[in-house]
Ligand binder design. Structure first.
Ligand SMILES: [Fe+2]
Length: 334
């Protein structure tokens, strides 16, 4: 595949003046999103209309785009926190709770969610129901297939077989690692399926596959969840797939062969992107499969402190109401 077809364009760039303005506005939010998300969401909702108008207009456009052909929205020079503490590798989440005192990045993710007509969602099995998650290496996960790994994270959909799989994943880069060759990877589902034969698509559309619970959800201390005994990779009639490369298996020889073809196709249409601080990428979890490539480690200490933040959002939060914890609206009991 040539670079012309795998190029990832930037869709919106904050000017320096807009960045300063947005940062100052988001700093007005006094609620802590980890202690009281409902208040945080309300505070941000009161601030969104004061954000730079060009950004507000862009978000309206981004929400209307065709997700099959344009599953990614890329923004640069977005507001992030000025002070970015270095966390330890044993329990970086706990370090964040105690060391991170401003919430500009979280405010940006929440603003984008609201301005694109979506709602942020949490899962009890991921960071005990937080609404904002760090992509930050953690020693016990260095070798796992999780966002907290130091290694390549293979192609996957977030929550591929979970009963509440988010519509969008929104990410923002806080601290990059230019010393190392690390790239975000994306494969558009539409382009992947276009390379497959009708017979392979037919096999992939049948419930002849199994995916074990992912390493992130599987490590939860709060709850253990199970995965369905079988599922299809392609959701019949939709431009949507459920896969975790290397974890999803065909249940018989023929289905495994079709899966192997599918994984090769993901790599053939792959697009890559190197993130810099202030870069935000929002993508449809339904229309793109994503991962991360760690191609060369020249400075492991720097890689240990690479930091992105992400949130999961849905277009219709109320439709998942039956799955929420009784005392925590928007937190999926699973
Ligand atoms: Fe992911």
């Amino acid at each position: 595949m040539t670079s012309a077809t795998t190029h990832i364009a930037t869709d919106f760039t904050f000017s320096d003046q807009e960045n300063r303005q947005a940062t100052a506005i988001l700093l007005q939010c006094e609620s802590n999103p980890y202690r009281d998300y409902a208040s945080f969401r309300e505070d941000i909702s009161n601030l969104t209309e004061t954000l730079p108008s060009r950004f507000q207009v862009y978000c309206l456009d981004a929400a209307q785009r065709d997700m099959e052909t344009s599953p990614l929205a890329v923004m640069t020079n977005c507001p992030i926190d000025v002070h970015l503490p270095i966390f330890g590798s044993i329990d970086p989440l706990q370090d964040k709770y105690t060391m991170k005192s401003t919430f500009v990045a979280e405010g940006f993710l929440e603003s984008y969610a609201q301005l694109t007509g979506t709602s942020t969602l949490a899962h009890l099995t991921v960071n005990d129901g937080d609404f904002f998650h760090d992509i930050y290496p953690k020693e016990s996960m260095y070798d796992k297939q999780s966002a907290k790994t130091l290694k390549t994270l293979k192609f996957h959909r977030d929550f591929p077989t979970h009963f509440v799989s988010p519509d969008f994943i929104n990410t923002i880069t806080l601290r990059d690692t230019p010393e190392n060759d690390v790239k975000s990877t994306f494969a558009y589902t539409r382009e992947t399926l276009a390379t497959l034969s009708p017979s392979d698509i037919q096999i992939l559309s049948e419930p002849r596959f199994h995916t074990p619970v992912d390493d992130s959800s599987g490590s939860s201390k709060k709850l253990s969840i199970t995965s369905p005994t079988s599922h299809s990779v392609v959701i019949p009639g939709r431009c949507e797939v459920r896969i975790f490369e290397g974890r999803t298996r065909g249940l018989d020889e023929e289905s495994q062969a079709a899966l192997d073809v599918f994984v090769c196709a993901l790599h053939a249409v792959k697009r890559t992107r190197i993130s810099a601080p202030g870069d935000a990428v929002s993508f449809s979890n339904r229309h793109v499969v994503h991962g991360r490539e760690v191609n060369a480690i020249n400075d492991e200490a720097s890689l240990r402190h690479r930091w992105l933040m992400k949130s999961h959002t849905v277009t219709d939060l109320e439709s998942y109401g039956a799955h929420f914890l009784e005392d925590r609206y928007g937190v999926v009991n699973g």
